[in-house]
Design a protein around this ligand. Structure first.
Ligand code: PMP
Length: 291
């Protein structure tokens, strides 16, 4: 079945407090955030009409906005209600939900008091089935995560996303499923749009979230593991250590929890046999979000 392009669908999109017909939800070509990568956003999932960790995502959205000194005139509560209503209006149950805050088209100065702060929420159906249990082959890219002193990693700003976009393009063109990025110090950071975990002696190991996005799925996995009696250690991880781990997986709202079969670094392929903790966490996460 042909996929209908996102801008040609039917339904409603919430913009600045109003539900607008999908195809009429447009902005001006001089929109400031288009020219200067100045939008902040979230990616949220609903499962059978239940929105997973909505408050956590909206709180992170408002944190991202605050870092850029954007002050939207709506609250987390209003956006939360609007999100639920939007799913109902669009008659969607299993959706990807995209709230976004951006600066308007009133000026092209990089900062101007005239610039409006706008908010929107869109959602589209992504199906109810659990993700295929495929395992991924990824590669360490030369593109580094942004230095936290340039743009904090906990600011989920569109400005960050050119780097993973380039890294992912390079990785997929070379036949890999995704790229693994290092931070400015050369430590393992995260995949392009997901966090990474390893298993070492029945313990989870994951990078300290000081140069990566502190994923909501990441926190959920740490909690789930704890309930299973599995400890998580956050620490610095070097590429040289990668062959000392037994299992590897990525986490993110869209990707959920996905096993990583191999990581290629400088032409060497390090393989993981994800047959113990990873499948248990994939199952536990799949059950939790669909509860
Ligand atoms: N890192 C990056 C760079 C991401 O874009 C995402 C997806 N939001 C994640 C990690 C995972 O975050 P979450 O679990 O909150 O979706």
């Amino acid at each position: 079945m042909a996929i209908i392009p996102l801008d040609q669908r039917d339904g409603y999109i919430w913009i600045n407090g109003e539900f607008i017909e999908w195809k009429k939800a447009q902005i001006h070509i001089l929109t400031h955030s288009l020219h200067y990568s100045g939008a902040v956003y979230e990616g949220i999932r609903s499962y059978d009409s239940k929105i997973f960790k909505l408050k956590e995502h909206l709180n992170r959205l408002f944190t991202s906005a605050a870092i850029l000194k954007y002050h939207p005139d709506v609250s987390v509560e209003i956006m939360s209600l609007a999100t639920s209503k939007l799913l109902t209006l669009n008659n969607q149950k299993n959706s990807y939900i995209r709230p976004l805050i951006w600066r308007g088209s009133e000026s092209q100065r990089i900062n101007s008091g005239m610039l409006s702060i706008n908010t929107m929420i869109a959602c589209w159906e992504v199906g109810s089935t659990e993700r295929r249990a495929e395992e991924l082959n990824i590669v360490i890219t030369n593109w580094l995560k942004a230095h936290p002193g340039s743009l904090p990693p906990n600011c989920k700003s569109s400005a960050h996303y050119q780097i993973p976009s380039l890294a992912q393009l390079e990785a997929t063109e070379a036949g890999f499923d995704d790229a693994l990025m290092l931070d400015y110090r050369g430590y393992i950071a995260e995949c392009t749009v997901s966090n990474i975990f390893f298993v070492e002696n029945n313990k989870l190991i994951t990078p300290i979230p000081d140069s990566v996005l502190q994923g909501i799925t990441r926190s959920t996995i740490i909690d789930l593991a704890k309930n299973m009696g599995i400890e998580t250690e956050e620490r610095r991880i070097t590429p040289e250590e990668l062959n000392s781990f037994s299992e590897c997986f990525m986490t993110g709202t869209a990707v959920e929890v996905k096993a990583i079969k191999s990581i290629t670094h400088n032409g060497n392929k390090i393989q993981y046999n994800n047959n113990s903790i990873t499948p248990r966490l994939i199952k536990a996460y799949g059950e939790l979000v669909r509860k």
